[in-house]
Design a protein around this ligand. Structure first.
Ligand SMILES: [Zn+2]
Length: 254
């Protein structure tokens, strides 16, 4: 079973559309970051986490041949706006893509991308909406993966954290509620939001994501959602050995 970090950047990615690189060294390819998304593969079972605006490039760059399910963390544009790019998978498989999310997220996605779920103007629906449970299994033939989901705070809204195979994916978060800490003990990988140096009202920053890592003690912590003030080389040099910055295309055997 493998997880690929498809995108490790903040909502603007790096560089920005204005070619602004901030503190990031242009010469280091690990500083080229697309928007947060991830991919899980077990045999022929293919699951996306979020559909970023860069999803087409991410799928092609990583030679991903199929998508059976999409799990959404929350409704923000950098996590959802690439949903319409999935149409060719529906055309290829002649099977609706199964979308999973929490109630509020699902409603927002259905409002914004109604044509994907209900069709219209001569187009047929390509996706089916499903509400996530606290514990659920996604499967294809004999390949199955167990998931646990729970809400974390992401500024004014909630975002969904997913745990599977001793790996937690929490890309957008500024607080994990104390009651959920026990779910995150004994992890092999903690993939966690680390937006900036300075504090932010809806994201962990370098200091707080390190604190979360020290508290939960996973084998490895992987920092994602990295903004342009966090240079890959700087992070690699200055972080403790068990905390590493994500990069686009990073593969983890989970
Ligand atoms: Zn967000």
């Amino acid at each position: 079973m493998e997880l690929i970090i498809l995108g490790s950047g903040s909502s603007v990615g790096s560089p920005w559309i204005t070619n602004y690189w901030g503190n990031c060294d242009k010469k280091n390819k690990y500083n080229i970051r697309t928007r947060c998304s991830a991919f899980i593969k077990k045999g022929n079972l293919s699951i996306l986490i979020d559909t970023s605006p860069d999803i087409k490039k991410q799928i092609l760059d990583n030679q991903i041949k199929n998508v059976d399910y999409v799990l959404y963390t929350h409704e923000h544009a950098d996590q959802t706006s690439g949903i319409f790019e999935l149409r060719p998978f529906f055309w290829k498989n002649k099977k609706k893509i199964q979308i999973f999310a929490g109630k509020k997220t699902l409603n927002k996605i259905k409002q914004k991308h109604d044509y994907c779920f209900n069709g219209g103007q001569g187009y047929i629906p390509i996706a089916q909406a499903n509400l996530i449970k606290k514990n659920f299994i996604l499967k294809k033939n004999s390949n199955k993966i167990k998931f646990t989901s729970f809400d974390v705070k992401h500024g004014q809204i909630s975002s969904t954290a997913y745990i599977f195979n001793k790996t937690a994916y929490i890309s957008d978060c500024n607080e994990i509620y104390t009651k959920d800490y026990k779910k995150l003990k004994g992890l092999k990988y903690l993939i966690i939001d680390c937006l900036k140096f300075n504090s932010h009202p809806s994201h962990f920053n370098l200091e707080t994501s390190i604190m979360v890592s020290e508290n939960l003690k996973p084998k490895k912590t992987i920092l994602t959602n990295l903004h342009t003030d966090l240079d890959y080389g700087f992070l690699k040099k200055n972080l403790p050995r068990n905390i590493i910055p994500a990069f686009d295309g990073m593969k983890l055997r989970i």
